[in-house]
Design a protein around this ligand. Sequence first.
Ligand SMILES: Cc1cc2nc3c(=O)[nH]c(=O)nc-3n(C[C@H](O)[C@H](O)[C@H](O)COP(=O)(O)OP(=O)(O)OC[C@H]3O[C@@H](n4cnc5c(N)ncnc54)[C@H](O)[C@@H]3O)c2cc1C
Length: 343
Amino acid sequence: MDTDLLIVGGGPAGCAAAVMAASVGMRSVLIESGDSLCGALRRIPVVRNVLTVANGPDLAAAIEADLERCDLCRVELGRRATLVDAFDDRVEVTFEPVEPVVATGSVVATGSMEAASSHRPGGSRLTAPYVVVATGVGPLAPEDAGWLGGVAGRALPQLWEADPAAIDDRTVLVLGADRPLGTVARAHPELRARFVVAHPPEDAYKTEEIRRDPRVGLVAVRRLELGPASAPVTAEVETVEGERRTLTADLAFLNLGSAPAPPAGAVATAPSGYCPPGSQHPRVFTAGDLRSVRFQRIATAMGSGGEAALGAYYASRGLPTETGGPTLTDDVGVGPPGRTGGG
Ligand SMILES: Cc1cc2nc3c(=O)[nH]c(=O)nc-3n(C[C@H](O)[C@H](O)[C@H](O)COP(=O)(O)OP(=O)(O)OC[C@H]3O[C@@H](n4cnc5c(N)ncnc54)[C@H](O)[C@@H]3O)c2cc1C
């Protein structure tokens, strides 16, 4: 075996798993496809629901420092896990390089991984008794939003990538009511943008944070057909009340939500696409946003990462445990399979 625990994904869940594993004496290798840890946190300018920190970049830096101090965890950046195999006696993770890696602090550079791992066609491979998979979620493709038309082949930007200066004093059509709108709104109270937010009715539960913001106008729609022009934009909508309206705006952004994308292989996936801990192979533990459409928060990601590592530790000692913590059923939720967002 190459290590005691493999961890796939270096967000708050994977990093918490690494630190927890080290605290009970387990060596780990953390495989992260990005060029830094906690990349998602670096895009959150204001955080109001995590103890001791007020913004994502500070938290990312603190977590990175924790990992650098963690002698029992080896961090591998710029490596995408493509396959997780689970057997009676071990797990195997196959991975491939994403791009050249710059090593920082104790982070290990590309070459060391080559030496430590065995190779097989299509990638390198590491083995361990257990794996924590914490690959989070990625943006939902517009083609997957059944209520949205006129978007095929269009390169619409994501709202969380919007340059505040570029939307100040503009009317912005926001396609979907996912949580990044709340992040933009609370991070930029000075912004004079007008947000016209078209969303399907099943996203209504996501609008609590922003519905009282005077800059936000919510339009619950059954169908939206985006016009061909990119600036200004028009959209023909049919509201949930059956009214037909034309929305006009200076710019349009996607804010549809996210979908999980675990590596192929042994990670068990529910019809929704999520990977509940209680449904996994006994050697596979899932953590963070990947678990469920619900509980997609930094604090719960860290908690579940710690639980996952402890689950592996208890299993290694032959102690009875539920896999990775409480079973999360994500099929009681809102919307069709695959449509998600911070619930
Ligand atoms: C715009 C925005 C604002 C948010 N604001 C808040 C907020 O204010 N408060 C809050 O609590 N939460 C907020 N969230 C949610 C929060 O960011 C997530 O809940 C949290 O980051 C989940 O942690 P995670 O470790 O499960 O996943 P992630 O942070 O997504 O980490 C997963 C990691 O896995 C890596 N990865 C993916 N696939 C592979 C692979 N195959 N191989 C190797 N690595 C892989 C990714 O590169 C990533 O680094 C926000 C999210 C967004 C997008």
